[in-house]
Design a protein around this ligand. Structure first.
Ligand code: SD4
Length: 324
C-alpha cells in the first residue's frame, strides 16, 4: 500500500537532500567508514567474503548477502545453512532474515532443502508483496526463483543426530550447541546500514520451532539514523524482550551501542528472575553499530566472540558479559 497520503505529502514538501535522507537514497550523509561486524569467530571469513563489495563502494545490503552466503555454504559450520544440524525428527530447517537502510525486510522460517536462506529472504523482500514465508511455501518460492533443491543433512550432522536420538535429552550447552548463528551488520561508504541473520536454529529442536533469528526486531533490526543490531544465543529469550529492536531503541534514546547491548542483556536477566526459570544453560549475545562507526557487544556469559572488519582491522574480539 505504500505511504499514507499524508506521509507522501510530507515527503513531497521536502527539498531534494532532505528527501534523499528520508528515503535513504543517493546524495545522503556519509558517516563513519565502511565496516562489518559479525557474530562469532567464523565471522572473520564471512567478513572477508563481504568486504570486496564495500571496498568497491558497493551497498551494505549486498555485502551482507555475500558474507552470510559464505558461511551458509560451509558444511563445517554446523548451525548455519548447508551442513546445519537437524531438528529432533531429522529435518534441517533454516531461518534467515535481512533488512536494508530504508526498512525493507524479508524473512524465511523453517525452510528445508535450500542452502542459502539469506538470498531467499532477500528475494522475499524484493520480489513479493510479503515479508515472511514459512516452511513448504518458502521452499516452493525459492525453487520458483531458481534456487536449487539440495539435501542439507551432511553425514557428520546425521551421525550426531543419531547419537543424540539414543538419549533424546534436550540440554542446551552454552557456546557449543548454540554457537553458530551468523548475524552480520554493516555500514557502507555512503553511511548506509544493513543487516542479516541466518541459522539452522538450536540443534535437535522440536520440528517447527522458530527462534529469534528470522524475526525482524528480535534477531535483527536496522534503523539507518540510529544503528544496526543482531543477536545470537537462545532465541526464545531474545524474542521475549524483542532484543534487537530494544537495543536500537536504547541507542535512539542516547545510549552508546555498548550500553544499549548491556541493557538488553540485563532485560533478559530480569525476565529470568521474574519468571523464576533456570538460566544456567542460557547464553545470549548482541552486537551493535551506529552510523558514527561505534561498536557495541555484550553477552549474558563469557565465551561470546565477534569479528570486526574495517579498512585497517580484521580481527576476532571477546565480548564483555554480565555473569561469570
Ligand atoms: C535460535 N538464536 O535459533 C538462534 C540460535 C543461535 O547461536 O543464535 N545460536 O534461537
Amino acid at each position: 500500500m505504500g505511504l499514507p497520503a499524508a506521509g507522501i505529502a510530507a515527503i513531497n514538501n521536502l527539498d531534494q537532500s532532505e528527501k534523499d535522507k528520508k528515503k535513504g537514497g543517493k546524495g545522503k550523509r556519509k558517516l563513519g567508514a565502511p565496516m562489518i561486524v559479525t557474530t562469532w569467530n567464523f565471522g572473520l571469513q564471512a567478513n572477508e567474503a563481504a568486504w570486496p563489495t564495500l571496498a568497491a563502494g558497493g551497498r551494505a545490503l549486498d555485502a551482507i548477502e555475500q558474507g552470510i552466503r559464505q558461511c551458509e555454504n560451509d558444511p563445517t559450520e554446523r548451525s548455519v545453512g548447508y551442513g546445519g544440524r537437524p531438528d529432533r525428527d531429522g529435518h534441517v530447517t533454516l531461518d534467515a532474515c535481512i533488512m536494508d537502510e530504508i526498512g525493507n525486510i524479508g524473512s524465511v522460517v523453517c525452510m528445508e532443502h535450500i542452502a542459502n536462506p539469506i538470498s531467499v529472504a532477500r528475494a522475499v523482500m524484493e520480489k513479493t508483496p510479503h515479508v515472511m514465508l514459512a516452511g513448504e511455501g518458502a521452499t516452493q518460492f525459492a525453487v520458483e526463483q531458481g534456487f536449487e533443491k539440495v539435501n542439507l543433512l551432511v553425514p557428520d550432522s546425521e551421525r550426531e543426530w543419531k547419537e543424540w536420538l539414543k538419549k533424546a535429552e534436550y540440554t542446551p550447552v552454552i557456546n557449543i550447541e548454540n554457537h553458530d548463528t551468523i548475524g552480520m551488520i554493516a555500514m557502507d561508504g555512503s553511511g548506509n546500514l544493513s543487516g542479516g541473520c541466518s541459522t539452522s536454529g538450536m540443534a535437535f529442536k522440536m520440528h517447527g520451532r522458530i527462534g529469534d533469528s528470522p524475526i525482524i526486531g528480535a534477531g535483527l533490526y536496522v534503523d539507518n539514523e540510529v544503528g544496526a543490531v543482531t543477536a545470537t544465543g537462545q532465541g526464545e529469550e531474545v524474542i521475549r524482550v524483542v532484543g534487537s529492536f530494544r537495543v536500537v531503541e536504547e541507542m535512539r534514546h542516547g545510549a552508546s551501542p555498548q550500553l544499549a547491548c548491556e541493557r538488553a542483556v540485563q532485560a533478559i536477566r530480569d525476565k529470568f528472575i521474574l519468571r523464576g526459570k533456570d538460566w544456567s544453560n542460557t547464553q545470549i549475545g548482541f552486537i551493535a553499530i551506529n552510523p558514527q562507526g561505534k561498536i557495541g557487544a555484550y553477552a549474558l556469559r563469557p565465551g561470546f566472540t565477534y569479528s570486526v572488519k574495517t579498512g585497517d582491522i580484521a580481527e576476532v574480539r571477546k565480548a564483555s558479559y554480565l555473569l561469570d
